[in-house]
Design a binder for this molecule. Structure first.
Ligand code: SF4
Length: 240
């Protein structure tokens, strides 16, 4: 496989929830984490998906340019886009040549040096902040929170706007004190423009069954709209 080619899981032409405006969304294949609430276990395997070059990906995207150019753009998500940094960096560079807005939806896990090449052509970072301690991050996501903090610091240094996403899981990270701790943690980042609290859902059960893995949170209740509305009130209105 050519170094800059990527393996993608899927492509959505008109997404409206992964960044501002109407967006093409590229779902990358492969993820090193194993978040207990993951909705996309079918993206974990690096060998899955289809191979594509950045140039061919851009050709596909350009068909939708009239719809996405004005207020939207392109979001690369996953899986984990930073595990394929050469592809993501080249895709974003080519999109910037076309004056198309680029958003990186990431857990912030990846080689920090190569990540810089991606950030050089990133207009917005959608950063998943899942848990706030090394111990919890290792236990519930199988990764290092220290690495996530290093990534967030790097985005801050570059002055790239960030939207933070936090999946609220009752009993794990959904108490008032958890959201207040999130508020305190994020307070040091001036580039945070928005914080999205996303309710834990179990719409992924069929996917887990299909690949023969037990969903770790099958017995945890879903998060209600009332719980989310209540927790939002603990956050500054400038982050809404
Ligand atoms: S980072 Fe995303 S794709 Fe990877 S395991 Fe976590 S939720 Fe799933």
């Amino acid at each position: 496989m050519c170094e800059k080619n990527g393996r993608i899981h899927s492509f959505q032409s008109m997404g409206a929830v992964d960044g501002p405006g109407l967006r093409c969304v590229v779902f990358m294949q492969g993820c090193p984490l194993r978040c207990v609430y993951c909705h996309n276990p079918d993206t974990w395997d690096y060998a899955g998906g289809t191979e594509i070059s950045p140039t061919d990906m851009v050709k596909k995207i350009l068909r939708y340019k009239p719809y996405i150019k004005k207020t939207g753009g392109v979001t690369v998500t996953g899986g984990e886009p930073l595990m394929q940094p050469a592809f993501t960096a080249e895709l974003f560079r080519l999109l910037h040549e076309q004056e198309i807005h680029t958003a990186l939806d990431t857990a912030g896990i990846g080689d920090l040096h190569q990540t810089q090449n991606v950030l050089a052509h990133t207009d917005l970072v959608l950063a998943d902040v899942k848990f706030l301690s090394e111990q919890e991050y290792r236990r519930y996501c199988g990764g290092s929170f220290t690495a996530v903090v290093r990534f967030l610091d790097s985005v801050e240094e570059k002055g790239i706007p960030m939207w933070i996403r936090h999946v609220v899981i009752p009993g794990l990270n959904g108490r008032e004190e958890d959201i207040l701790a999130l508020k305190e943690f994020l307070g040091k980042y001036k580039t945070v423009k928005k914080v999205e609290l996303l309710p834990f859902r179990k719409l992924c059960l069929e996917k887990y069954e299909a690949i023969g893995i037990k969903f770790p949170l099958a017995d945890v209740p879903e998060c209600t709209k009332e719980q989310i509305d209540h927790l939002y009130r603990l956050l500054p209105s400038i982050w809404r």
